[in-house]
Design a protein around this ligand. Structure first.
Ligand code: ZN
Length: 246
């Protein structure tokens, strides 16, 4: 069984389509989506509808999804994120809003040994796992062998070993072995707003039978999305940052 793992689409339809086309060529059995379908980007409704067409086994709520539903205090957002959230709130179709209302920021499948969170196992909505010490605390908050998380927009693998937590920045296209008996936290990176200096859309394929995870990066028409962001009068920096992957 292999899974397409995607996170942080952020209303970037061009990036989502590029990821789906690339992943379709490699093949996968099911989709795990780790949250933040909307926020920042110009196509919130279309992205939610496209995600829905994939019939994901896992669909989590992210902090931007909840913000767009009015479930989070926007004071916690920076000014650009706040403006983008207010814009998104005005765009969301009633049926899209109703769909997003149904998701939670964490799921567990104890039988299969899988956990999925948007932010971290400890704080699934808000916490960023950006270093090994936060990852170490995260390992205490789930019981399964593999937890997939998003939210940082940076592809990363943390392994819980005897000597503490090891961090590995995966090279695109290089399969990583998930050793039996070791527990992992895996971030597939962001589809719609990468923040690791590589502007290409990111996703992961996890092959549970082969116990391997691979990060892939895909080019997409960034300029088209930048034009849409400017035309929608979203903050111009949200267009700029896509070009840098930051
Ligand atoms: Zn996000």
């Amino acid at each position: 069984m292999s899974a397409l793992v995607i996170s942080d689409v952020h209303a970037n339809l061009e990036a989502l389509e590029a990821v789906l086309a690339d992943a379709a060529q490699r093949g996968y059995d099911e989709v795990w989506f780790l949250g933040d379908a909307v926020g920042y980007g110009p196509d919130p409704n279309a992205c939610v509808e496209r995600l829905l067409s994939l019939e994901p086994r896992v669909w989590l709520a992210g902090n931007h999804d909840w913000a767009a539903l009015g479930r989070l205090d926007l004071a916690a957002f920076n000014p650009e994120a706040r403006l983008a959230t207010e814009w998104t709130q005005a765009q969301l179709l009633p049926e899209v809003r109703a769909l997003l209302e149904g998701f939670s920021p964490r799921m567990d499948d104890l039988e299969q040994g899988l956990t999925w969170v948007h932010g971290s196992p400890k704080h699934p909505v808000w916490e960023y796992i950006l270093d090994s010490s936060v990852a170490a605390a995260g390992f205490e908050a789930f019981r399964t062998d593999l937890c997939c998380f998003g939210h940082t927009h940076v592809p990363m693998l943390y392994a819980e070993g005897l000597d503490g937590v090891e961090r590995c920045r995966p090279a695109p296209g290089q399969p990583l072995n998930l050793e039996a008996g070791t527990r992992y936290l895996l971030n597939p990176g962001s589809v719609g707003q990468p923040r690791d200096g590589d502007p290409r859309a990111a996703y992961a394929l996890v092959d549970l039978a082969a116990r391997q995870a691979t990060i892939h990066r895909v080019d997409y028409p960034i300029e088209r999305v930048q034009e849409k962001i400017l035309a929608a009068e979203l903050p111009p920096r949200l267009a700029l940052r896509l070009g840098f992957g930051w």
